[in-house]
Design a protein around this ligand. Structure first.
Ligand SMILES: [Zn+2]
Length: 110
C-alpha cells in the first residue's frame, strides 16, 4: 500500500467515495497512475524532501510539515554529519529510514 497520502485523497475524488467508505484497490490504482503521470510532468510537486547534491555542497527542499521545526529534521541532521556526497550531483527525492539516507531516482530537470 502506498504511503503517499495523495493517493487515497485522489482515489476518493475520482471514485466519488464518501469520507467513511473504504476506497477500492481499483480506484487506488487509478489514483496511483494519475499521480505518477502528474509527478512526471512536475517532479517538485511530489510530497517529501528533495535533496539537491552539488559538487561541493547540498541543499534540502523540505515539505511544508517540516518547516516549523527544521533543526529537528532527520534529513537535515543526517546530511550535516555526511562527510562525502551520497550520490552524483543532481536532485533526488530523499528520506531517512532507520537512520539511513534513502534516495529515490534522480529527478530529471525538464
Ligand atoms: Zn525536513
Amino acid at each position: 500500500m502506498s504511503t503517499d497520502p495523495r493517493v487515497e485523497a485522489v482515489a476518493r475524488v475520482i471514485g466519488a467515495y464518501g469520507t467513511s467508505e473504504k476506497v477500492s484497490a481499483e480506484f487506488m490504482g487509478y489514483a496511483t497512475e494519475a499521480l505518477a503521470a502528474a509527478d512526471a510532468v512536475d517532479p517538485l510537486r511530489r510530497p517529501g524532501h528533495v535533496l539537491e547534491i552539488r559538487p561541493t555542497s547540498y541543499g534540502i527542499q523540505h515539505p511544508p510539515e517540516c518547516r516549523p521545526h527544521l533543526l529537528d529534521c532527520p534529513l537535515e541532521m543526517l546530511m550535516s554529519e555526511e562527510e562525502k556526497a551520497p550520490a552524483l550531483p543532481g536532485r533526488y527525492p530523499a528520506e531517512v529510514i532507520d537512520a539511513e539516507l534513502v534516495l529515490g531516482p534522480r529527478i530529471e530537470e525538464s
